[in-house]
Design a binder for this molecule. Sequence first.
Ligand code: ASP
Ligand code: MG
Length: 412
Amino acid sequence: MKVYKFGGASVRDAAGVRNLEQIVRMTDGDLLVVVSAMGKTTNALERVVDALAAGQEEKALTQWVDIIDYHVAIMRALGLQPGADVRLQGEIPYDPAKPYDENYDQIVSLGEIMSTQIIAVYLLKQGLPVEWWNVPKLLRTDNTWREAKVDDNVSRSVIRSGWDRPQRPRIVVAQGFIGGTEDGRRTTLGREGSDYSAALFGNYLDAESVTIWKDVPGILNADPRIEQNTVLIPSLRYQDAVELSYSGAQVIHPKTIRPLENKRIPLFVKPFGNPSADGSCISADGVGPVNIPVYIWRKNQILITMRAKDFSFVLEESLHEIFDIIHNHRLKVSLIQSSAVTISVCVDNTRFVADAIDALRAHFNVTYNENLSLLTIRGTTPEILQRARDGKQILLSQTTRRTARLVVVETD
Ligand code: ASP
Ligand code: MG
């Protein structure tokens, strides 16, 4: 069997769904199709949660109706009858007595529920043998809302028995990004988590391959929105892909690789606009970006510097304290630099940072810089590095022979 994953951009309108149909039709054999929410639906649902949490019910309702209308318009354009063919969620599942993050998961997960309902029914009506899966009942997670941890053992056995049923149709359509707790609540796996879902399904079902269909030709050596002359990297090793996504490359979610590497399942990244193109292949025997410098930007970073309060900083003794706090506040470290008396960490500037800084201040003198980006250049040369530094304000740099990492002040 194969796993296909379609992101929000690839199913943002009826034409996208028809394109998905064509890609599915090109494929023989058993297929699990993992789909994200349509277009920018996840962002829109986040705004609904925000409005409700702020007590702005009317605003929330208007936004909710817009989201429903958007899906209804796509259904109509696909020749489906809203209400009859697909019944969308009627009410917003909001409980003011519950914490924000729990409400978030109940509401934001609906984007994937809606997209897959529409796509499954559409494919069925086009005569394809399709079954819709309700992933919150299959992919078991804990209740770490918004970043739920997957229970592999339960999920694997439930998903395998669902898949191995003799009467299962050839094609299954399932939600990415979401799971569910033992007591039946929906959870989400972290923004952009659908790639990770596809990898988990691939692992559980021993897929022959997993393919992520994207709006780019494959994995490029730089973000085409930033660099002008980008080059496709046709073949990568798992390790290259981990490094790329860890450094901030937006092509694949960082958690995607491990479940695939464990079973040596190749991962293809292909353009949904040109399905017969080769794209990129990530595998155990990939060759990596040979002689191609790779530029990766990780935006919205904050550089936190800690200094001992009594200036008798013994780094080794403080490291575990620092990293406990960082870990407990779910911060993602992108770079570490230390000197005799300070340690600096670059982290994603998330909603948890302020509390983490407070916690660190109990032990250290803390200063920080916001509005930074981390630029990683793999396969660099002195000339490439010089060109990259030109015109940028650089707070910190780390270079090895082949890799350069620059913490750059954002200008826009
Ligand atoms: N729809 C979710 C998001 O936009 C998950 C995904 O697209 O991977 O974050
Ligand atoms: Mg998305």
